[in-house]
Design a protein around this ligand. Structure first.
Ligand SMILES: [Fe+2]
Length: 385
């Protein structure tokens, strides 16, 4: 596969522009807006060149702007309130998020609060329905989360350390431009691609999955397997970036349609209590632990994606343990060698993580297939310390 052709598509409420010339295409969509709030982190928007591209477009369209550039990874609800406040003071009618998952997710929350009111926890705890939002443009800077095409946003409640995903808002316009991916470090490339891989895998496994999701997910896994090492060895390989970005976008649609599994459920517990743990790293550490259980319960579904890693796998419960090993070996082969202690976890911290993650994890246990208690999960995670 060598084409890197530009294209656009509509998924639910989002129009996505994809490709190396995609950024300029937002110009038509933002005509008529007056005041833009740009939401970003400290460095990636500048380093990738995306911020300069957007400022040029805003200037050409006579749109005033202000910049909030303090989003950090695993954002808390306090950060979202800061963004909202800035948007309110500036009287913004357009939000442009330039960043990865943390930036786009924070902007999704802010866009809803600016339109309806309330605070992030009201939406996380479903006290208020997110029925409208300020016009939101997402300029995606990683090939991992898929948040540019899904309705989810993740935020951590500061007091309880609960990191919870909510169905919040689709961006109105999204840009997936592979040019912005070349400034991702090899480690970011690894972790974000692993995130996308788990979106593909988990959305394929869960009971809510369907043939459409599984076809998207299988393709997504194929492109990740094919291109991840190319991009890690040569970060500026635009073709590899194009297909990794394409893979993460497909997997983003997959999770929007089918959701994720207990693996994402417990990862949110881990990175919720320890924000220094990258989401993709958390998934890779615990994924091979839970996959055999899922494979045994849903062999056909699990096989659809896992066969991409090893065609000798069979869609039978007997291959469950083998699937766990194959996943572990794949991760090692692409350079993932971390354990929880590398991020400072000890036994106590692990207990807190299980507690914090339980709220998302527990409802995702397919209870007609297997049961897990907090103690069992804690004991499983001990082997990954
Ligand atoms: Fe994820």
């Amino acid at each position: 596969m060598s084409s890197t052709k530009d294209f656009s598509l509509s998924f639910r409420e989002t129009t996505l522009y994809f490709g190396i010339n995609s950024t300029e295409r937002i110009s038509r969509s933002i005509k008529g807006f007056r005041r833009a709030l740009i939401v970003t982190g400290k460095t990636s928007a500048k380093k990738s060149g995306a911020l300069d591209d957007i400022l040029k477009i805003l200037n050409e369209n006579d749109i005033e702007y202000t910049i909030y550039d303090s989003v950090t990874s695993n954002p808390t609800v306090d950060k979202i309130e800061e963004i909202t406040e800035k948007g309110k003071i500036f009287d913004t009618d357009l939000i442009i998020a330039i960043g990865g998952g943390s930036v786009i997710d924070s902007a999704k929350f802010a866009s809803v609060i600016l339109s309806i009111g309330g605070n992030p926890v009201d939406y996380i705890k479903r006290k208020i329905k997110p029925v409208s939002h300020t016009f939101l443009v997402a300029i995606n800077l990683t090939h991992g989360t898929g948040t540019e095409v899904d309705r989810y946003a993740v935020a951590t409640i500061s007091e309880t350390k609960e990191k919870l995903g909510s169905s919040i808002a689709y961006p109105n316009i999204s840009v997936d431009n592979p040019r912005y991916m070349v400034s991702l470090s090899p480690q970011q490339t690894l972790f974000t691609s692993i995130d996308a891989f788990y979106h593909a895998l988990e959305s394929s496994i869960v009971e809510s999955s369907n043939p459409y999701v599984q076809d998207l997910s299988e393709k997504s896994a194929y492109y990740i397997k094919t291109y991840i090492q190319v991009a890690m060895k040569n970060p500026s390989d635009i073709e590899a970036r194009y297909w990794l970005l394409y893979a993460s976008m497909l997997a983003g649609i997959s999770i929007d349609l089918a959701g994720t599994s207990i693996i994402h459920g417990m990862e949110h517990g881990l990175s919720g209590v320890n924000p220094s743990l990258e989401h993709g790293a958390g998934l890779a550490i615990i994924g091979p632990l839970f996959l055999p259980l899922l494979y045994k319960a849903f062999p056909e579904n699990s096989w659809k994606v896992m066969k991409v890693l090893d065609p000798s796998l069979r869609p039978t419960p007997e291959d469950a343990e083998k699937a766990g090993k194959i996943l572990d070996e794949f991760q090692k082969s692409i350079g993932f060698n971390y354990a929880l202690k590398d991020y400072g976890f000890d036994k106590e911290w692990l207990k807190d993580a299980v507690e914090a993650g339980w709220r998302i994890f527990e409802p995702r246990i397919p209870k007609d297939k297997f049961i897990l208690t907090k103690e069992q999960v804690y004991n499983m995670l001990l082997s990954r310390l």
